[in-house]
Design a protein around this ligand. Structure first.
Ligand code: NAD
Length: 434
């Protein structure tokens, strides 16, 4: 059986695939990352990064220079040279909320095409329960010879913005297996991380991922619903969350009231889990309510802006933050972008800034003015909005902002500032749940 250092191929070199491949190289394995986007592979081979993720660039350069990390567009090449193949391709949502598994199916066929000896095929993409069975069936169907292989589910729990640290120090590693045969090799791969390992069946492993993400989304919607009560009752949601979070059974994480969650995972995984449940004969009404609360939270925030400005049309509104959360350039399903599009639709003129997501945002916010300095955004604005919780926004020059704005009105969608301090500085300050 395979022993460390392992020969690993990663198919799909995006946020998950690139982090996974790089971290595996960092802990000593020989890794080939495959991507079918030639421009991405070209950039990586030239030492440039297609995405922003703290700490990743240094590790990519270090491991590529050491010869442990390679990039190619050829799945054939990557699979042939490896013993273990990880799949990290997109699993995007379809209009009805179900998951588009065509990328998974295509990669399964591509792997089958070049499979000539035993390999472990590991699914890292987030997929509906029973996808492993389909991957297995597809590989068997398209494989030209009768080759043995194992299909494993190894869901990924990293958070964008903290992906490297999350990958190298995971809370747990989940292996869903059909037999015990691949378990030793899988444990060898991850052994340097010294993390707790859960070995279970494939279906349960697949469900662990959807159940976890849906639960985290539920926690956010819960505190957002509490924030509505806090506003109505004159309480402070931050105080409530702190008091709740000190209970070890609850924990403080994911109890930050905001204008809602977004990103490439929570909204999609939530819809997928609702759809999976429906297909299995269960109406997951609880999760439908989580979605509803999230949508209402954005509506409530827009209404707060409209109620204060009376008319949004022709107002100049500064927006700080475009990525879906701090520390990333990812704008997929970003609440900040959704808010900008909404304000634009109402006729606002937008001045925007983000520390890392400007290039990606330019493709969707064509009519906004992009500023290169957060402190220049408030100049001449009728209102300023904080849409992403970048820590550096806390260092905004508030005196300068107040003086340079047409009207010092600040809508804080991430509760970055203290209401009393903002009011003392002369701002009309509106945040969430306080
Ligand atoms: P991504 O879009 O950033 O990356 C996917 C990559 O796969 C792209 O670079 C694409 O070009 C490539 N690709 C598509 N088809 C291919 C093929 N046939 N051959 C080779 N490459 C191909 O997506 P991502 O954010 O890395 O997500 C991948 C999976 O991981 C999804 O299922 C997602 O739900 C899951 N996931 C994502 C995160 C996250 O934070 N982004 C966390 C955990 C799990």
């Amino acid at each position: 059986m395979f022993n460390a250092p392992m020969k690993i191929c990663i198919v799909g070199t995006g946020y998950v695939g690139l982090v996974t491949g790089t971290c595996f190289a960092e802990i000593g394995h020989d890794v080939i990352c495959v991507d079918n986007a030639p421009e991405k592979v070209k950039m990586l081979n030239a030492g440039q990064m297609p995405i922003y993720e703290p700490g990743l660039e240094e590790l990519v350069k270090k491991n590529a220079a050491a010869g442990r990390l390679k990039f190619t567009t050829s799945t054939k090449d990557g699979v042939e040279k490896s013993d273990v193949v990880f799949i990290a391709v997109p699993t995007p949502p379809q209009p009805d909320g179900s998951v588009d598994l065509s990328y998974m199916e295509k990669v399964s066929r591509e792997i089958a095409d070049v499979l000539t000896r035993y390999k472990i095929i590991v699914d890292k993409s987030t997929v509906p329960v029973r996808t492993g069975e389909k991957v297995c069936e597809t590989i068997r169907r398209y494989c030209k010879s009768k080759v043995e292989f194992d299909v494993v589910s190894n869901p990924e729990f990293l958070r964008e913005g903290f992906a490297v640290q999350d990958f190298l120090k995971p809370d747990r590693i989940v292996f869903g297996v059909q037999s015990q045969r691949p378990v030793h090799a899988l444990k060898e791969i991850y052994a340097p991380l010294n993390a707790p390992v859960v070995v279970t069946d494939v279906n349960s492993a697949e469900l662990i991922k959807h159940a976890s993400n849906s639960f985290l989304a539920l926690k956010i919607s819960y505190i957002n619903a509490v924030s509505v009560i806090c506003e109505a009752a004159g309480a402070n949601v931050e105080e409530v969350a702190n008091g709740m979070g000190m209970d070890k059974r609850i924990g403080r994480e994911f109890l930050n009231a905001s204008l809602g969650f977004g990103g490439s995972c929570f909204p999609k995984d939530l819809s997928a889990f609702i759809k999976i449940a429906e297909q299995l004969g269960y109406d997951f009404a609880l999760l439908r309510e989580v979605q509803k609360i999230n949508a209402q939270q954005m509506e409530r925030f827009v209404r707060k802006i409209a109620d204060t400005l009376w008319v949004i049309k022709d107002k100049t509104i500064g927006v700080l933050g475009l990525s879906f959360k701090q520390n990333t350039d990812d704008i997929r399903m970003s609440p900040a972008i959704a808010l900008c599009l909404r304000l634009r639709k109402e006729g606002a003129r937008l001045k925007v800034y983000d520390p890392k997501a400007m290039d990606k945002a330019r493709t969707v916010l064509k009519e906004a003015t992009f500023m290169d300095d957060m402190n220049k955004v408030p100049e001449g604005c009728d209102a300023l909005v904080i849409a992403t919780e970048w820590p550096e926004f806390k260092k905004l020059d508030l005196q300068r902002a107040r003086k340079s704005m047409t009207h010092p009105i600040l809508f804080d969608g991430r509760n970055l500032f203290e209401p009393a301090e903002m009011e003392a500085l002369g701002f009309i300050y509106k945040s969430i749940g306080r």
